[in-house]
Design a protein around this ligand. Structure first.
Ligand SMILES: [Zn+2]
Length: 330
């Protein structure tokens, strides 16, 4: 597990709060970190875990990076740090996974410090798993800290939420964000990038670092080809299988949002996709607003289904069929 020691500028106050817990020796038994994707929730959780486990913590609350604990964490072999993730096939966190955790907590942590268990995303615990976890929270064990991470806290039982100390990571102010992006070497198109990733700030790095921006442009060309009936939904949906599905759906949503804005005669400067303005305007001229809203609703529903057992190729193909029908016969 690699963790950068720097605290993200928009997490400074969260970090100060976490450090104060350690200093005052009142570390909560359970911490719930919420906020949309791409704001660095995991990074914050891991930084806190490292500090809790470090035997030579620095004055600023950060771990030393050199002690035995720090080395074990770097090697991903610290016995007192566990990360509970969903089962790859079922995409849920099962009762057996939680039972294992509960069994572990019967034993003392192997080192002198804490035991940290990160559950992420916490909202995919099955009902049974959540119940078992709740029992575990009701019977606190010595020096054990649970860190629950989710971008969908409303999917967690209220009984669990009420037993956690809450920490909500939110989008930073524009000024802080722009400065940070510059530090990352992103000087151009900052606003377009942020709009594109819908606030997932850490994704902007990937966007500028790899060919995601190029993939998006290619994908848009395919989208236009479907509208013009020069390509087929089945062919494109197969081609798009290799694309990251969350990004793909976010792009589709942002294009449809911009088309709706055009149709409603909203100032084009407020578009998410400034670089595609001309093509979007051309498309918008022949589209029916009501049917665009229909497609938009479908996209939002489909985005919520990502990560479930839905067949994404069929899902994308159906979206493309609807998109082609919307564009009539040309
Ligand atoms: Zn250390």
């Amino acid at each position: 597990m690699t963790v950068t020691q720097n605290i993200l500028p928009w997490q400074k106050r969260h970090w100060d709060l976490l450090c104060s817990y350690i200093k005052q020796d009142r570390v909560p038994q359970a911490l719930l970190i919420t906020g949309t994707n791409g704001l660095g929730k995991h990074r914050l959780a891991k930084q806190f875990a490292r500090s809790l486990l470090c035997t030579n913590r620095q004055d600023d609350g950060l771990c030393c990076g050199h002690c035995n604990s720090c080395h074990l964490i770097k090697a991903d072999t610290h016995p007192d740090l566990k990360h509970i993730k969903p089962d790859e096939e079922k995409k849920t966190i099962s009762i057996n996974q939680i039972r294992q955790v509960v069994t572990d907590t019967y034993l003392k942590p192997q080192f002198e410090a804490y035991r940290v268990i990160i559950i992420s995303p916490a909202d995919v615990m099955t009902g049974q798993a959540a119940n078992a976890f709740l029992k575990c929270l009701e019977e606190p064990t010595e020096r054990t800290v649970f860190i629950l991470i989710t971008d969908k806290p409303n999917k967690l039982p209220a009984t669990i939420i009420s037993r956690c100390q809450k920490l909500s990571v939110t989008l930073p102010e524009k000024k802080i964000l722009n400065e940070w992006l510059k530090e990352q070497g992103i000087h151009n198109n900052q606003e377009t990038l942020i709009n594109l990733v819908q606030g997932s700030i850490l994704t902007t790095q990937q966007l500028s670092n790899n060919d995601l921006l190029k993939q998006r442009t290619d994908c848009f060309d395919d989208w236009v080809a479907i509208a013009k009936h020069t390509n087929h939904p089945a062919i494109i949906s197969e081609k798009w299988q290799k694309l990251p599905e969350t990004e793909l759906l976010n792009w589709l949503i942002s294009w449809v949002t911009d088309l709706i804005k055009y149709a409603c005669l909203i100032n084009p400067r407020q578009l998410c996709n400034q670089d595609m303005a001309n093509s979007l305007q051309e498309l918008a001229q022949r589209l029916d607003l009501k049917r665009l809203y229909g497609l938009y609703d479908r996209l939002l529903i489909n985005r919520r289904l990502l990560g479930t057992q839905i067949n994404s190729q069929i899902m994308i193909e159906e979206i493309l069929v609807q998109w082609q029908q919307l564009n009539g016969r040309s």
